[in-house]
Ligand binder design. Structure first.
Ligand code: MN
Length: 237
């Protein structure tokens, strides 16, 4: 009995002190541990049928994209600067970070972009007058731009992305990146610019419906392009 009372007298202030210390540490650490988050799909998984099937969309978003986000967050401990950078700013400084950040940070930005530049068939609108003017100036016509884009997408060996970008000089260009790289990254060998439209040509993006027929996926995908979002990105570039 006496021992128990003595123990309580001793431990209560100690526990209170520890709790206060923990609260102070958590308050100090909270901003440095802000995680990256998986954005929800802006439409139902089946909304892009028949061009992209619901199963592909679900696996692509809920597993592939979710894994890039989780793996990027797992890098925050070893790379505390990550907690101070938003996802887009990170792309421009990616050379300062290890490959795990490059692959997963790129994967997170690329897919966040990808969901928004697609819309259900018939709901994507059309290129704005200013965008069409810029496309015509750089490629001659919308069809020529699409032909160049298709060639870059089909010609990317292995996994990667095809892009329509606005270059720093104001002209538009088609480019392609490997793996989860993108045109915002400050890496040698990357043609840099503001991405207006990016297409995922990893097999996980199309294999269930198109198997090895990547060109068929690319051709069908134009029916999904959300020109309203591409117009917005062009106006903001
Ligand atoms: Mn993907």
């Amino acid at each position: 009995m006496a021992r128990s009372l003595r123990s309580r007298w001793f431990t209560r202030p100690l526990l209170a002190g520890l709790a206060t210390l923990m609260l102070l540490l958590m308050a100090g650490a909270a901003p440095a541990w802000a995680d990256y988050a998986l954005p929800p799909l802006p439409y139902a998984a089946e909304a892009l049928e028949p061009v992209i099937d619901a199963t592909t969309m679900t696996i692509h978003h809920d597993r592939h994209h979710a894994a890039y986000v989780a793996n990027l967050n797992a890098q925050i401990g070893a790379n505390p600067r990550l907690a101070e950078l938003d996802l887009e700013a990170l792309q421009g400084q990616i050379a300062d970070f290890p490959d795990a950040v490059r692959n997963n940070g790129g994967g997170h930005w690329n897919h966040s972009q990808f969901w928004t530049v697609m819309a259900p068939v018939g709901q994507g609108g059309t290129p704005s007058t200013p965008l069409l003017k810029a496309i015509n100036a750089s490629f001659g016509s919308l069809e020529s731009m699409q032909t160049a884009f298709n060639k870059a997408a089909a010609g990317r060996f292995g996994s990667g992305w095809a892009w329509l970008i606005r270059k720093p000089d104001g002209t538009l260009a088609i480019t392609s990146t490997a793996n989860q790289d993108n045109p915002l990254m400050n890496l040698s060998g990357i043609e840099r610019g503001t991405p207006l439209l990016g297409l995922d040509v990893w097999e996980h993006a199309y294999y269930l419906r198109y198997q090895n027929r990547r060109p068929d996926y690319i051709a069908a995908w134009w029916d999904l392009v959300n020109w309203s979002e591409v117009n917005r990105r062009f106006a903001a570039a």
